[in-house]
Ligand binder design. Structure first.
Ligand SMILES: *[C@@H]1O[C@H](CO)[C@@H](O)[C@H](O)[C@H]1NC(C)=O
Ligand SMILES: *[C@@H]1O[C@H](CO)[C@@H](O)[C@H](O)[C@H]1NC(C)=O
Ligand SMILES: *[C@@H]1O[C@H](CO)[C@@H](O)[C@H](O)[C@H]1NC(C)=O
Length: 358
């Protein structure tokens, strides 16, 4: 029995609410619809059926909406497939607003680090029913957009239910002066997540991405070695891809503003080989029920990366992730490892976790 049938079958609620027969009688001028030879013409019944159809449709829509509200907005349940499919699902999410939801300022921000798996981390976290991830990098605190104000920022956030954690990620926050103070001014309870990996690998990955972009635009680009070391074989400390990897320096600016307990550092190398264990730590950090498990991930050998399995759908990151790195002169790599070693030790101490980098 459909909603509409139920409505038609329902007995009168009280005397003031005419039942089916009552309405028909009113429309048909007392004769009754089923009565042979009654005064009920087709023309007179038309508006009645229109009204019933309308009420039926309304009730069905309400029921569908309540059902959707009981589930979570689509989130990471996006169908497997390329960026195009995901794009349109994200757009759909933007248009659909579920009852009881609102756009909220993020209570958790992935602040960096570039090329350490921030996108993957956000997608992984978004599998959790209590997490709503912002689409794209908002770059609010590190750009002129800050002048647009918090209301502008809030409108860039996804709809969420009360009690859900809204998460945004913009990797440049980690390295940009003044951002910790701005985030604190928004909400001093904001929880911060930083993903890191071996700074030498990170620098090469950073170079590889910029190199690929420049090649695609037909612009010249020197080798990694030419940027990373000078003519005397010394590390070029003004090269941005090198500077970003001096993690302890950037982290200190955050620790000057936020307590350590509000920051969580994710091992980006482990995030690739054992995503579930890193996600369990994040769930604990955010006070969320541990719901993400190893069977939510599967390894795609072609990509050399994990894909997500969630609510019977599967999806992988887009092809720009997991790009092949150029072979780097081993002497240059050695130079960089030596350069980073003391900085890495300081970072391990700050964080209270040994990442065992080279
Ligand atoms: C954080 O902000 C709240 C007001 O939102 C204030 O009451 C509290 O003292 C602040 N905490 C710290 C450590 O500044
Ligand atoms: C060092 O890096 C800077 C910034 O990327 C670059 O302009 C400069 O040419 C590099 N120096 C050397 C000696 O490669
Ligand atoms: C694995 O990755 C390749 C290359 O991106 C892709 O074409 C393929 O569909 C993926 N397979 C699965 C099962 O996700």
């Amino acid at each position: 029995m459909t909603q509409k049938d139920a409505l038609l079958e329902a007995p009168p609620v009280d005397a003031a609410t005419p039942g089916r027969a009552g309405i028909l009688a009113a429309v048909c001028g007392g004769g009754g619809a089923g009565k042979p030879g009654g005064r009920c013409s087709k023309a007179r019944l038309l508006p009645l059926f229109g009204l019933l159809l309308f009420v039926g449709c309304f009730l069905t829509l309400r029921a569908m909406q309540s059902y959707a509200g009981a589930c979570r907005p689509a989130a990471a349940t996006a169908a497997a497939g390329g960026a195009a499919t995901l794009g349109s699902i994200d757009e759909m999410r933007e248009r659909i607003r579920f009852r009881g939801t609102n756009r909220r300022l993020p209570s958790c921000i992935i602040i960096g680090v570039r090329k350490c798996g921030t996108r993957a981390l956000l997608e992984f976290m978004n599998m959790h029913p209590k997490v709503q991830a912002a689409h794209g990098e908002v770059h609010f605190f590190d750009s002129e957009r800050y002048a647009y104000g918090l209301e502008w920022y809030r409108k860039r956030m996804p709809y969420s239910f009360p009690g859900q954690v809204t998460v945004e990620k913009s990797p440049a926050y980690f390295i940009t002066d003044g951002v910790p103070e701005r985030v604190r001014a928004m909400n001093n309870a904001t929880r911060l997540i930083v993903v890191v990996r071996d700074p030498v690998d990170r620098a090469v990955s950073d170079y590889a991405q910029i190199h690929a972009n420049r090649l695609a635009k037909g612009k010249p680009h020197a080798t990694f070695e030419a940027y990373a070391v000078n003519d005397y074989g010394e590390v070029n400390t003004s090269y941005k891809a090198i500077r970003i990897g001096v993690y302890h320096r950037h982290l200190q600016r955050w620790l000057d503003v936020f307590p350590r307990t509000q920051m969580h550092v994710v091992d980006g190398d482990r995030l690739v080989v054992d995503p579930a264990s890193e996600l369990t730590r994040i769930e604990a950090f955010l006070g969320l029920e541990p719901l993400i498990h190893a069977d939510n991930f599967y390894f795609n050998a072609t990509k050399g990366f994990f894909c997500l399995r969630h609510d019977a759908t599967e999806r992988c990151l887009t092809d720009t992730k997991g790009r092949k790195h150029p072979a780097i002169n081993p002497r240059v790599l050695q130079k960089l490892e030596d350069y980073y070693r003391p900085f890495n030790l300081k970072f391990y101490e700050q964080v209270g976790r040994d990442f065992n980098w080279r």
